[in-house]
Design a protein around this ligand. Structure first.
Ligand code: UT7
Length: 316
């Protein structure tokens, strides 16, 4: 079986910026509390006329342009999301039409909450090995501002909207991404009811318990990926973490003695964008020229489900 590597990445975020001060003006919170507990300074929310489908298409087009791959060369399309605009058609089917992707390929949404993008990369690796086309499109996107409970100050300040996309190539000689992933079902710790529940869908979370889960899951994933690939921290060019809380990232970096120049946080600008957070980081790092041809990236995600995952992915 061949592995996959990144050929191009892209991103799109809404134009409406919501600052910590905006929250402090309407509820009992403060910029100091939010920034010191989470690292978040502001986040983006979809405003009038902005849709998550529009952001998905914009990010995907940017990734295609960056990769030089044409829409007709795409062999599968997965959108990782828990907040698609419509359940049917899926965001991936809508994207197929928007971009003119081939009709004879699988296009579907995948929900693994904040770990969704990594679950999607792993799924894409399997799919492309069975496809005559060797390129795949993987998007992570969320419209979390639609499902935040504005009466719950412990969650509403955390989340933002956005989309990130990657074009990947499956070719002979590509190393496997060596994905490790898992889940254990828990409704109590992080919950977003579905349409069938009859209640308005609001996201709720036992933050402190999820924090405890995350500070164990992240190092476990790093350790597993390093062990499976026979690599050390020194062999990795960049560590990319799901952006849920700056403290979770810093704890993991400290545990593995990852030098500051080898990891990145953009949570201050976007908050927690769930499935979009990892591809948003990849896209910004690429824009800044900090990752590119030949870079070896260890990515780790964790979140609702509960789910967790890690993988090693190289830039073409
Ligand atoms: O992406 C999916 C995975 N998600 C995560 O990984 C999130 C993990 N969890 C976290 O990041 C943190 O648990 C939070 C940032 C969500 C919360 O931080 P915390 O340090 O665990 O705070 P807490 O929930 O224990 O609350 C501490 C205090 C409470 O007051 P009392 O009971 O001590 O008087 C809260 O009521 O802070 C209060 N509080 C707030 N105060 C001001 C909660 N939210 C706020 C707020 N502003 N927005």
């Amino acid at each position: 079986m061949n592995g996959i590597r990144l050929c191009g990445v892209g991103k799109a975020v809404p134009s409406k910026i919501v600052s910590n001060a905006d929250f402090a003006a309407r509820m009992d919170t403060s910029d100091e509390w939010i920034s010191s507990r989470t690292g978040i300074l502001r986040r983006r929310h979809c405003g009038e006329g902005e849709t998550i489908s529009g952001l998905i298409a914009q990010a995907a087009r940017e990734a295609l342009d960056a990769s030089g791959v044409k829409a007709e060369q795409i062999g599968a399309c997965i959108v990782a999301t828990a907040t698609a605009e419509t359940l049917v058609p899926s965001a991936a089917c809508t994207l197929q039409k928007d971009l003119g992707l081939p009709e004879n390929i699988p296009c579907f949404d995948l929900n693994a909450a904040c770990t969704g993008f990594l679950f999607a990369l792993h799924t894409m690796e399997c799919l492309l090995n069975a496809s005559p086309r060797k390129y795949g499109l993987v998007v992570g996107a969320e419209n979390l501002s639609r499902v935040i409970d504005w009466s719950d100050r412990s969650t509403c300040i955390l989340f933002g909207d956005g989309a990130g996309a990657a074009v990947v190539e499956c070719a002979e000689g590509c190393p496997s991404i060596s994905a490790v992933m898992g889940c254990h079902g828990s409704r109590e710790l992080l919950y977003l009811p579905g349409a069938e529940s009859g209640v308005h869908s609001y996201l709720s979370m036992e933050g402190t318990k999820v924090f405890k889960f995350a500070v164990e899951a992240v190092p476990w994933c790093i350790g597993q990926v390093l062990e499976r690939t026979g690599k050390t921290v020194d062999d990795i060019d960049f560590f990319v973490f799901h952006q849920a809380n700056a403290r979770i990232i810093d704890l993991a970096a400290r545990k593995f003695r990852i030098p500051p120049e080898k990891y990145y946080k953009n949570i201050a600008e976007y908050g927690n964008t769930s499935a979009a957070s990892i591809p948003l980081v990849l896209s910004e790092l690429s824009e800044q020229g900090r990752i590119g041809s030949g870079s070896r990236i260890l990515a780790v995600g964790f979140g609702g489900g509960l789910t967790w995952g890690g993988c090693l992915i190289e830039f073409a």
